[in-house]
Design a protein around this ligand. Structure first.
Ligand code: DP6
Length: 358
């Protein structure tokens, strides 16, 4: 049995994706930019297509998922696209294990759906480029398309209605800025009240500030790329913080209003601003996704101080320092499916212990 296993990692955007122009193909209203994170934030996924399978099966973190559930089926639509592309009709077994430390505070579908695109396409006999893989990953979750490559990645929004030019492209490899760090400050590991998917739809429908955001993003994309390529942290940091606030402003302007940041997030914003003021220039930059946990970009020479600063803030329960990652990796061992085609769910706890980076 041909079992393919891949590990992919999460990414943290500095120019955010918040809005779709096509809900089914997941085509965005603006381009976005992110750094792929290191292996601390990884998902391992094994896939096999085999004539002995009677139906598709999907196991996530040791639990067999219900494929008649609408959201799960939507997230896995890439499997049918892969089968069609490869000219096969065999059923698939997909087994995925999220290896984020449980207290990391956010469950990222990005790592999982990128790992799935890589493992499933290869298991079906396809040999796809990162941009082709990004189209598959995108069908499960928009932000996942940026995790099919390492380093600094742009998701180009594209303009075609079939989504064939809405692809991720690497702008610089991980080796471009090895000193860059992302300090995650966890303030709330709970489930969010409004999902990104529902929230961004509501923003497009109601926010009067949103059209202004769409006008400003193309210029921001160019400025951000320039700052990163020049490794100009002060410029990069300012753009990153302002962009995070711009996205959270349109969220607040949505009706009914959406607030992902809490008082602790705001404490973190002020602490970083004071830190930068004390240094005389921008040395740390926060960004927040659809939740209150902070991602503070900084550089290796500042990281110790930034971790101390964040750890002192009331409500911060954990900090974690990530580097920029190299992108997905295929593994020759450690498959989550045994040679008879069964999910190794009984061994998951054991496997997880082996692969979680402490
Ligand atoms: C705030 O990719 O989770 O993290 O495409 O509906 O699955 P769907 O949304 P998702 O949205 C992520 C939004 C964000 C910003 C970003 O990562 O760019």
């Amino acid at each position: 049995m041909n079992i393919v296993t891949c590990e992919a990692t999460a990414n943290i955007a500095v120019v955010k994706y918040w809005g779709k122009r096509d809900d089914k193909l997941i085509l965005p209203t603006n381009s976005s930019l992110s750094f792929t994170m290191d292996e601390q934030l990884r998902t391992r996924t094994s896939v096999a297509f085999d004539s002995s399978f009677k139906e598709d099966e999907f196991w996530l973190n040791g639990k067999k998922m219900d494929l008649t559930d609408k959201e799960t089926a939507e997230r896995l639509q890439q499997i049918d696209v892969i089968r069609k592309k490869a000219g096969i009709t065999t059923k698939a077994k997909i087994v995925s294990l999220n290896c984020f430390p449980t207290a990391a505070g956010f469950a990222s579908s990005a790592a999982g759906l990128a790992a799935l695109a890589c493992a499933a396409s290869k298991a079906a006999g396809l040999n796809l480029s990162p941009s082709e893989l990004s189209i598959l990953a995108r069908l499960g979750s928009g932000s996942a398309c940026r995790s099919v490559d390492g380093g600094f990645v742009e998701w180009k929004m594209g303009s075609k209605t079939d989504g064939s030019d809405s692809i991720a492209v690497q702008i610089a490899p991980a080796s471009h800025w090895p000193e860059l760090r992302n300090v995650i400050a966890v303030v709330d590991a709970g489930k969010k009240k409004v999902s990104s998917r529902a929230g961004m739809k509501q923003t497009i429908a109601t926010s009067v500030l949103y059209p202004a955001r769409l006008q400003y993003v193309p210029k921001l994309i160019e400025e951000m790329k320039k700052a990163v390529l020049a490794k100009d942290f002060a410029k990069f940091g300012e753009l990153t913080m302002r962009e995070s606030s711009n996205m959270h402003a349109v969220m607040l302007d949505t009706w009914p209003s959406i607030t992902y940041l809490n008082d602790y997030s705001k404490e973190i914003m002020y602490a970083v601003q004071e830190f930068n003021a004390s240094k005389g220039s921008i040395k740390a930059a926060y960004t927040f996704d659809a939740g209150p946990n902070a991602h503070v970009y900084t550089t290796a020479d500042q990281v110790e101080e930034v971790v101390k600063l964040l750890s002192r803030i009331e409500g911060v329960t954990k900090t974690m320092v990530c580097k920029v990652g190299e992108g997905p990796k295929y593994l020759n061992q450690g498959h989550l499916i045994d040679s008879n085609g069964n999910a190794k769910e009984a061994r998951f706890d054991e496997i997880k212990k082996e692969i979680i980076v402490k």
